[in-house]
Design a protein around this ligand. Structure first.
Ligand SMILES: Cc1ncc(COP(=O)(O)O)c(C=O)c1O
Length: 291
């Protein structure tokens, strides 16, 4: 079996933003975030909504990407952050980066955060934050909506003919939903959930329904490699990631990419891939900043 790495982490170096009004951008963090954000940013620009409002936890890559895109493309950005206990405390490096990119951070308690996607609660939240709903473009947690899924179809298309199996780590399932739809007949996508809970099958189907009217075939999930949940790790996973970095000279993002690579290595050892087949692993992101 051959393992190919699809370096989405390098995608920002060659980005082209096709609207002359906005120009090319250099987005951080790069990777699947850009695929998901680009169609949404275009829709926001076209609708004249100049304030991006989105949701995430304290380590959300999506918040960082939205903040960066906002700064680069001239949108205001507001991040609704899960955990009111964080308010008033020093920001972690990820949130500090959001703030440095001009994102206004609004901390809400966990119960309110869970309800935050419901329209009535969104309206109240925008009112509390003093935001005019007509100027706001809402992005869901993780950035995964129907437009985001369509943005990931190209990722699948780019991998046509390259491998029998394409592996991707999953948070909300948006990247997998689009990627699977872009692959050729005969290829299959394999998602590795990094959150616990077993909700991803239904979530991915729902996203495909929203984007393409019906779920597509040719994708499966392997739910064995979440290591207890989001941002949970183990000494074994950490040493696996460090070893992979050393052998291959690739900085391994720990929240998603490490778990996928660990899962793939386990599957290979289990004989899941026939000799001579190629597996492509989508390197969806880069490690967290440490300062
Ligand atoms: C590095 C990285 N990989 C994978 C994902 C998963 O993407 P999705 O939410 O579309 O499943 C994310 C999303 O947050 C991410 O930041």
């Amino acid at each position: 079996m051959r393992l190919l790495l699809k370096r989405e982490d390098l995608i920002h170096a060659t980005l082209e933003w096709d609207s002359a009004a906005l120009g090319p951008v250099d987005l951080y963090p790069p990777g699947n975030k850009w695929r998901k954000l680009a169609p949404n940013l275009r829709a926001a620009a076209e609708s004249g909504r100049r304030t991006l409002v989105t949701f995430g936890g304290a380590y959300s890559n999506h918040l960082r990407a939205t903040a960066a895109a906002g700064r680069l493309l001239g949108f205001a950005s507001v991040g609704v952050v899960r955990g009111d206990e964080l308010a008033g405390r020093p920001l972690n490096p990820s949130l500090a980066r959001c703030a440095a990119d001009g994102m206004r951070l609004v901390f809400v308690d966990r119960a309110a955060y869970r309800r935050a996607a419901e329209p009535a609660h969104v309206a109240a939240l925008l009112a509390d934050a003093g935001l005019d709903p007509d100027s706001v473009y809402l992005l869901p947690e993780g950035g995964s909506n129907a437009l985001a899924v369509t943005g990931c179809v190209d990722l699948g298309r780019e991998l046509r003919g390259a491998a029998e199996t394409v592996a991707v780590p999953c948070g909300t399932g948006g990247t997998l939903a689009g990627l699977a739809a872009g692959l050729d007949a005969g290829q299959r996508a394999l998602g590795f959930p990094v959150l616990r809970g077993g909700f991803l099958d239904a979530a991915t189907r729902d996203l495909q329904r929203a984007a393409f009217a019906a779920p597509t075939a040719a994708w499966t999930l392997d739910d064995r490699f979440h290591f207890g949940g989001f941002a949970r790790t183990s000494a074994e996973l950490e040493s696996f990631a460090a070893d992979f970095e050393q052998r291959h000279g690739l900085a391994v993002e720990r929240l998603y990419v490490a778990k996928m690579l660990y899962g793939l290595t386990t599957l290979a050892a289990e004989g899941a891939f026939a000799p001579g087949t190629a597996v492509a692993a989508v390197i969806t992101g880069v490690p967290e900043p440490t300062a």
